[in-house]
Design a protein around this ligand. Sequence first.
Ligand code: SAM
Length: 281
Amino acid sequence: MKIDIVSVFPEYFKALDVGLFGKAIERGLLDVSAHDLRDWTHDVHHSVDDTPVGGGAGMVMKPEVWAECLDDLLGLEPVEMADDGSETPDPPEADLSKPVLIFPNPSAPLFTQRDATELSRAGHLVFGCGRYEGYDARIPRYYRAQGVDVREYSIGDYVLNGGEVAVSVMLEAITRLMPGFMGNPDSIVEESYTGSNALLEHYQYTKPAVWRGMGVPDVLTSGDHGKVDRFRRDEAIAHTDRLRPDLIERLDCKALNKADRKTLMALGWEVSGPHPRKRAD
Ligand code: SAM
């Protein structure tokens, strides 16, 4: 996978050379370049921002600089648009053999494991890190109109100073799902948010079986794999019911087995419709 990251702090991404990500670069699975947006400026101050049109605090990232940079990375020629901002171009069909342009943005839809799974199949990702009050809204609109698959994602309901942390989060979530990235591919099969009927994961324990007087559930040391699987599944359901009932509401009832239904019903869920619903009582 080719990865281009554009930032005013490209040195931030030196940290990617460590751990499994660094190994994936060494092995040639990932080809990562961090670019300095200021390399595409022409003025003596290398300015990438300007005051907001309409007034207000802070600065906004300029479209001209971003466009020169992105045209280079995407191999596009500049186009003069007849666009007064009143129409939103339809997003192009997702074609992951073409570059996908991703802007982190706190006012965008939330980035999820589903997005990470989809993007782990892409051949080329280009990330644009915002700073200040963010980037001129015409940038994603322009590239969408050029037929580029442009995504804007938030990594959570809070505001960071810049997109660098958000890009690191997305990159890690995406690349660890690529075939060949993990030493043991089984470790990403049974995880929180994973699969069509995604739950939070059950609790994990390691040895010793008793630590500072605290034991682990007996069933986990019983050697009965069927019982261990059921215990973990029930724990995952109970855990998700307590912390993220919204994930249970999205489960597909048809895909639940008899034991799952029994556990959910005991926790007060109705499982007769397409998705579970919490009983009113
Ligand atoms: N004015 C923006 C707002 O209120 O929505 C905040 C801009 S923020 C200070 C600057 C940049 O940080 C954004 O353009 C984006 O790239 C990044 N950023 C901040 N919070 C983020 C989040 N929760 N998810 C993704 N990116 C974020």
